[in-house]
Design a protein around this ligand. Sequence first.
Ligand SMILES: NC(=O)c1ccc[n+]([C@@H]2O[C@H](COP(=O)([O-])OP(=O)(O)OC[C@H]3O[C@@H](n4cnc5c(N)ncnc54)[C@H](OP(=O)(O)O)[C@@H]3O)[C@@H](O)[C@H]2O)c1
Length: 179
Amino acid sequence: MPALFEELVRALGGLDLFVFAAGIMPEIGPAEYDTPVDLNMLAINFGGCVAWTNPVAVLFRSQRRGTIVGISSVAGERGRKGNPMYGSTKAAMNHYLESLRNRLGDFGVHVCTIKPGFVATAMTAGKDVFWLITAEEAARQILAAARGGANERFVPRRWALVMFVIRHIPSFVFRKLNF
Ligand SMILES: NC(=O)c1ccc[n+]([C@@H]2O[C@H](COP(=O)([O-])OP(=O)(O)OC[C@H]3O[C@@H](n4cnc5c(N)ncnc54)[C@H](OP(=O)(O)O)[C@@H]3O)[C@@H](O)[C@H]2O)c1
């Protein structure tokens, strides 16, 4: 990754904005506990984030400017029944990006964590979801949050209220919810 990253920065003539968006969310059955499937998700969603963001952090720290954007998810807010590893990779991203923000803030580098709700992409195709926004609209809101200096931003913003409520549902109630 570091060699490829150096090549990309050379080809671009420099870098001041980096967005990590790669991620997968395979369907997980209610009785499925499959380690290779889970570890593959961990490697792509979180391992990929770390592998790319570390060399970006080194570059941005040395040039004393730059913005790192990580696309996390509303799924990282609670441990839902539905897909334990997907949510865990996003929760891990939230923690990691917050740490980077705190490490790099004194060096003029900004780190922005994005928590989208449902966006119309291959990931949601054919799924019965609500409040779906287009990828273009999501990108517009993500860039606006990054340029505005947000530390964390739900996209669209109304998810912040939903997640505030969801975070405060007691465990004994939350475990009865099937999503
Ligand atoms: N769609 C939603 O509702 C939603 C909601 C919350 C968060 N998110 C997050 O948003 C991000 C983008 O997802 P999306 O909705 O755009 O889904 P998507 O259309 O399925 O795109 C997935 C992206 O991940 C990349 N990717 C997958 N496997 C990879 C691998 N092994 N190595 C490198 N790149 C890989 C893909 O690259 P290629 O195109 O080269 O395959 C593609 O750019 C993900 O992190 C997802 O978790 C999405």
